[in-house]
Design a protein around this ligand. Structure first.
Ligand code: AHR
Length: 330
């Protein structure tokens, strides 16, 4: 996860880009004139979403669409790239060609963004990252709002290290290869279980999907048998839910014969935790829309914004899930 703090100079540069972007949006034929968010005409925003791989993603998309509504002063051009990194970059290029006022990206993977972000900067269009981060220079985007994925992995790993004190064989269901949450959740977890009695016997990507989690878990069960696996660490709830299906199909009891830790705390995951099929969940809050919309307006108004806005996550065991479920918003 990137940790550099923006300099005052870079903030000023972003403000200048933003002001340029307002006129470029008006002239770029996007169908919506812009006044930079100070009232009147709509602000045209292109949002490049990852896809629709998980319950978390659905909640995030809904949060973004609600926040970037016409009532809130936005004309949103939405694109979901079906987890195809090249298609997502093409969508961002299309936003640049349309002359939008601002671009919001939930980057599928961390690498490969330098060229298109430079093109957006050259066109005077500010870029706001939401959810995931990129490895490109921070000078190429205005700000980022999201979660501390490494801390999420660390919290999951700390719970595992405290809970499993005898020899424990663990398999990992990784998120999308090259994505910030897959990279950082692995790092945070691995650091937290270092020196513990947990052994990672296998690790493969399930691409953050339920089907992916089920297929990979079926392979693990075939390879190691039910008795050869004590613990599953899933980088998100959907893959954990797929693993539950695979474990049950193999005649074992998820949450008892094979314990499960996951990340997200979406409704279906929390229900599985309440039912005892998952043993621990670290939250990843998808409700980032209002914060992203406020940042877009601030950037377009030339205001100074923090380079990073981190939304805090909680963690849940079975009792906490039962208590939280009635008021859960996603
Ligand atoms: O980037 C956040 C991750 O993306 C969520 O944990 C996962 O469910 C989603 O696909």
């Amino acid at each position: 996860m990137k940790k550099t703090i923006i300099t005052g100079l870079a903030v000023a540069a972003v403000g200048m880009l933003a002001l340029t972007a307002c006129s470029s949006g008006a002239e770029g034929g996007s169908g919506a004139a812009s006044d930079g968010g100070s009232g009147g005409d709509l602000i045209t925003v292109g949002f490049a979403q990852t896809g629709s791989e998980s319950g978390w993603r659905s909640a995030n998309t809904e949060s973004m669409k609600t926040a970037f509504s016409t009532d809130n002063g936005f004309d949103l051009i939405f694109n979901a790239a079906d987890n195809d990194a090249a298609a997502q970059i093409a969508a961002v290029r299309s936003f640049i060609n349309q002359g939008v006022d601002a671009i919001v990206i939930a980057p599928i993977v961390e690498d490969g963004w330098d060229d298109v972000l430079q093109e957006a900067a050259d066109a005077g269009i500010p870029v706001i990252l939401e959810d995931r981060t990129v490895s490109a220079s921070e000078d190429l985007y205005s700000t980022w709002v999201g979660l501390d994925f490494q801390l999420e992995g660390q919290k999951a790993g700390e719970w595992a290290a405290e809970t499993f004190t005898g020899p424990t064989n663990m398999v990992v269901l990784e998120g999308t290869t090259g994505s910030a949450p897959a990279n950082d959740r692995a790092t945070g977890f691995d650091e937290a279980i270092a020196g513990s009695s947990i052994t990672k016997i296998d690790s493969q990507t399930g691409d953050f999907t339920r089907d992916g989690g089920k297929t990979v878990m079926e392979g693990f069960l075939q390879k190691y048998g039910v008795d050869g696996i004590d613990l599953v660490y899933a980088h998100n709830d959907d893959m954990a839910l797929g693993a539950i299906e695979a474990i049950e199909a193999a005649g074992a009891v998820p949450g008892e014969d094979i314990k499960i830790i996951s990340i997200d705390a979406v409704h279906d995951g929390m229900q599985a935790l309440a039912d005892g099929k998952i043993n621990y969940i670290v939250e990843c809050n998808p409700l980032l829309g209002d914060k992203a919309a406020a940042l877009v307006k601030a950037v377009l108004n030339g205001e100074s914004v923090d380079k990073r806005t981190i939304v805090e996550d909680q963690a849940f065991d079975q009792d906490a899930a039962i208590a939280a479920l009635p008021d859960r918003k996603y």
